[in-house]
Design a protein around this ligand. Structure first.
Ligand SMILES: NC(=O)C1=CN([C@@H]2O[C@H](COP(=O)(O)OP(=O)(O)OC[C@H]3O[C@@H](n4cnc5c(N)ncnc54)[C@H](O)[C@@H]3O)[C@@H](O)[C@H]2O)[C@@H](O)CC1
Ligand SMILES: Nc1ncnc2c1ncn2[C@@H]1O[C@H](COP(=O)(O)OP(=O)(O)O)[C@@H](O)[C@H]1O
Ligand SMILES: [K+]
Length: 514
């Protein structure tokens, strides 16, 4: 399991750890990891560290301190290192002194004498460096092999301030490799929002633990590849992170496996109420996903029975609507439902009577009675994309896309349901606020193809019927679906049915002993 912790939690853990270490030791651990990562990038980019050109963008906090100490290490290996100081009067003095001792230069984009700084190097750094105008800063960045973004880390609040924003833009426009320190500057660490100019890094070297912004878009897209440097924080982090991302081993543990005593009913039966005369394909695709999701049988109730049977003769099709479909352990309702509000209401009623979970997707999200959803006693799983989530929340789609984490949590709370918010970052939020939100790491934009959401609803519904909790069914479903999308596409467009067909291979891979 990969975890991300909020800034507040990271700060508390760092305090505990720092109290037990000599002053500055933690920053040296961070800087050593950062310098090693930068050296690797330079090795790939410029062939070697010696003689390469490195520009450090240095803000007024410890994030800048990390950049300066790492810069000093690179300078000692022969790199030409120049620090561009954003506010020389508040720069990390110890870091600046170390850089200067190692032969690095510094220029300031604003006038002011360097402070003694938190590094404890005091007067050593008091001599101000030359002031560089915006053109000089731009020239330095353009000529660099590597730009290290130490503008701001977990201490950043709000969009980048005047002075910092142009530097972030310079880094974004530069052809150099960009390595962000801890976080790409300009992103909101706890939410993954990006409200203004922000650095776009090729690599982010983060310390101690992931921060939510490194897992959630749009910030995640600014981070590039992410490398976690161990600074010894783990023992001081609480058990419950803010976010967690399943990995192969977690999914392998959660995927249902038939036992010797299993029969098709004991494995769970999933009911699919999907499709309409207008959209029969949605029924076929939801059934395709369900058949590969681990339930022992798939019942279909709806007007597309003929199309379903033609493709999947193993489906148990009934003509009499959800109430007459027979017993199931979970329902999926909504894909391709068109305007059939009656079926959605019937599924909710039948599932309430039987106290079984319901997954509501697509048209079902628009058609379901909101009070009926809120008052359910068995688990409910809502699977909206950003547009559907926006409609449920009564906000613009852009707002959901800009603040996915907030939107998923808000939906879960408001509808008392588990919410799988689909898209560039798929999130799973629980109505119980005291468990981490899950982030799916496997998605691919190739999945943005008509009908792939229908496959996911069948797959996750089948996992629900097999006995997984709504949170596990959603996150395991998204994980397997994402990998199936990758496998089906393999760099070329894939159709939704290809995604369903790739599921068994992915399942085998995930559960194979390593
Ligand atoms: N605390 C620790 O033990 C460790 C901290 N480390 C580094 O320290 C960083 C945190 O350092 P700080 O707490 O000093 O905070 P930061 O350096 O992240 O940022 C705080 C500084 O940035 C300025 N700032 C805040 N918001 C801004 C904005 N929107 N635009 C422009 N400037 C802004 C503030 O005025 C303040 O001077 C971490 O991200 C990490 O890089 C690492 O050295 C590991 C150890
Ligand atoms: N940019 C993207 N990156 C990763 N996954 C994506 C992206 N866009 C869409 N997806 C995934 O593709 C699927 C599309 O589902 P949905 O929007 O419901 O489409 P449809 O209704 O056509 O089936 C979801 O699993 C979603 O998470
Ligand atoms: K940074």
């Amino acid at each position: 399991m990969r975890s991300a912790y909020s800034v507040e939690t990271v700060r508390a853990a760092e305090r505990e750890l720092m109290a037990r270490l000599p002053e500055g030791a933690l920053m040296q651990r961070a800087a050593a990891g950062l310098a090693a990562a930068c050296a690797q990038v330079l090795g790939r980019r410029a062939g070697r560290v010696y003689g390469s050109r490195v520009v450090l963008l240095v803000g007024s906090g410890d994030n800048g301190g990390d950049a300066l100490f790492a810069g000093a290490r690179l300078a000692r290996r022969g790199a030409g290192v120049t620090a561009v100081l954003l506010s020389p009067d508040r720069v990390h003095g110890g870091g600046l002194a170390a850089l200067r001792r190692a032969g690095g230069r510094d220029v300031s984009v604003a006038a002011g004498a360097p402070s003694g700084g938190a590094g404890g190097a005091g007067g050593e750094a008091a001599r101000p460096g030359p002031v560089a105008g915006p053109d000089e800063a731009a020239r330095l960045v353009r000529a660099a092999d590597l730009v290290v973004d130490g503008i701001v880390g977990i201490g950043g609040r709000g969009g980048l301030r005047e002075g910092a924003a142009p530097l972030a833009e310079l880094a974004a426009a530069s052809g150099a490799a960009v390595v962000a320190v801890d976080l790409p500057s300009g992103v909101e660490a706890d939410t993954g929002e990006v409200r203004g100019p922000a650095v776009r890094a090729d690599l982010t070297v983060t310390f101690g633990t992931h921060k939510p912004a490194l897992l959630v878009d749009p910030a995640r897209a600014h981070a590039g590849a992410v490398r976690l440097v161990d600074i010894g924080l783990d023992p001081w982090l609480p058990e419950r992170p803010e976010l967690e991302a399943l990995q192969h081993a977690d999914v392998a543990r959660l995927l249902p496996r038939p036992g010797a005593e299993s029969d098709k009913y004991r494995r769970g039966v999933v009911g699919i109420a999907a499709g309409s005369a207008r959209y029969p394909g949605a029924a076929v695709l939801a059934v395709a996903g369900a058949l590969r999701g681990g339930a022992g049988a798939v019942r279909y109730a709806g007007p597309a029975g003929r199309a379903v049977l033609a493709r999947y003769p193993e489906t148990l099709v009934s003509d009499g609507g959800p109430r007459r479909a027979g017993r199931v352990q979970a329902w999926v309702v909504g894909p391709g439902a068109g305007d059939d509000a009656e079926t959605v209401a019937e599924v909710l009623a039948v599932a309430d009577e039987a106290r079984v979970p319901v997954l509501i997707d697509a048209d079902g999200l628009r058609l379901a009675d909101r009070d009926a959803v809120r008052s359910r006693t068995a688990p409910t799983l809502l699977t909206p994309h950003a547009g559907e989530a926006a409609a449920l929340l009564g906000v613009d789609r852009a707002e959901v896309e800009a603040a996915r984490l907030t939107a998923a949590r808000e939906l879960a709370e408001r509808y008392r349901a588990t919410v799988l918010l689909k898209g560039t970052t798929t999130l799973v939020a629980s109505p119980r606020g005291d468990v981490p939100v899950r982030v799916n790491p496997t998605g691919t934009p190739w999945l943005a193809t008509a009908g792939s959401g229908d496959v996911l609803s069948g797959l996750a519904g089948s996992l629900l019927a097999a006995g997984l909790s709504a949170r596990d069914a959603a996150s395991v479903g998204a994980y397997v679906h994402g990998l199936a999308g990758r496998r089906a596409a393999a760099g070329a467009p894939a159709a939704a049915h290809d995604v369903a067909e790739a599921v068994p291979e992915v399942w085998r891979d995930v559960t194979a002993p390593s």
